[in-house]
Design a protein around this ligand. Structure first.
Ligand code: TRP
Length: 362
């Protein structure tokens, strides 16, 4: 089989610019290139529940938000199979078998899980389901025989663990599963977009996000209050571009042709940065450019979103159709898995014959 792309997001809220530059934008590109046999994108509600067991309503409310975000960035149901994780019971089945192939100590070494345990103050009270989510993620990837997983750097340990599980499975039971490769964002800025407050990460809990669904006014308000260079008090002062959010965002969003359109004083971002560092360029001018650049990117997204918001039953249908398609694929892989593991008793004539002979007494 050829190239299969798969990726997903936890539905714990609406998606923001961090998701967009880190992954969504790349998915749209991949979709355009068309250089794949299938593309699966799914809403990882099972994974979201591993650390939100007591908060299912948050997850439930976020399903539609995430689906709308997907569709509004331009991912198309014609090209992408969208599905909801919890509606594919085969995922739970495969997870169960993969769990036998990994040790507790190996899971404890997963750096992403380690960080998350600290962040969530789980200490000694780690839910078992949460602890095992990398195995469940390996099932997500392998059940769909994904060859390519476009995702952020923080997911590297998950893909590594998946590859190990595939190797174990195939060694013991035969070549059924496929080792996936990670497809990382093209550059450093896109790896992790900082929040509007300059903190390392855009995150809902920090309240420093620009959402894909924010309206123009909201985006402008957020850009106006954005963290810049605290030492750049007067326009004439030399400024720093490193750690200055406005420039980080320009790095992530600005295209060379944007200058001709919005700010012909400069021919490129580098020239503008040099002026800022020399002194004589005010924050507001930079922010104005960023507003325009963002608006250019967000306006069509907002428009598409409005269209889909008018027809939520159709969005549900897209999810339903995608989930049915995904389930068909999943059942095929699961048949292969059961056959390889020799637990397909009801279809295994050889086994029946053998048992009959074993127990037959003349
Ligand atoms: N862990 C991913 C996240 O937190 C979501 C996810 C679940 C995922 N299963 C996946 C991503 C499989 C890629 C492939 O964003």
């Amino acid at each position: 089989m050829g190239k299969i792309i798969l990726t997903g997001d936890r539905p714990t809220g609406k998606l923001h610019l961090g998701h967009y530059v880190g992954s969504l934008r790349r998915r749209v590109e991949l979709q355009k290139q068309g250089d794949y046999d299938r593309m699966f994108i799914f809403i990882a509600d099972v994974q979201a529940l591993t650390d939100n067991a007591e908060n299912p309503e948050k997850i439930r409310q976020s399903i539609m938000e995430v689906a709308l975000d997907y569709l509004s960035v331009g991912l198309s149901p014609e090209k992408v199979t969208f599905f909801i994780q919890s509606q594919i019971p085969e995922l739970a089945e495969l997870t169960q078998y993969l769990m036998n192939l990994v040790t507790v100590s190996r899971l404890q070494r997963n750096p992403t899980v380690k960080t998350e345990i600290k962040m969530r103050n789980f200490d000694a009270n780690i839910p078992v389901g949460f602890f095992c989510y990398p195995v469940s993620q390996a099932a997500d990837i392998t059940l769909f025989k994904a060859t390519t997983v476009p995702t952020g750097e923080d997911q590297k340990p998950m893909i590594e663990q998946t590859r190990e599980l595939v190797r174990s499975f195939n060694r013991i039971y035969g070549e059924v599963l496929v080792e996936p490769n990670i497809l990382l964002p093209e550059n450093q800025v896109c790896m992790r977009l900082p929040g509007t407050d300059g903190k390392a990460k855009m995150s809902k809990s920090l309240g420093n996000c620009i959402y894909l669904s924010d309206d123009k006014k909201e985006v402008e308000r957020k850009v106006k209050s954005m963290y810049t260079d605290p030492q750049h008090l007067n326009v004439e002062d030399p400024g720093h571009v490193e750690g200055n959010c406005v420039f980080t965002y320009l790095d992530a969003f600005c295209k060379p042709e944007d200058f001709a359109e919005f700010l012909p004083d400069y021919s490129c971002l580098q020239e503008m940065k040099e002026h800022y560092m020399r002194g004589g360029l005010g924050d507001m001018k930079c922010k104005k450019l960023l507003m325009k650049v963002l608006e250019k990117e967000l306006a069509p997204i907002r428009e598409r979103r409005q269209q889909y918001e008018k027809d939520i039953p159709e969005v549900l249908n897209i999810l339903k159709r995608g989930t049915a398609d995904a389930r068909e694929f999943a059942q095929q892989t699961m048949d292969e898995v059961r056959r390889a593991m020799r637990i397909n008793y009801f279809d295994d004539k050889e086994w029946l014959q053998q048992q009959a002979e074993k127990f037959y007494k003349d």
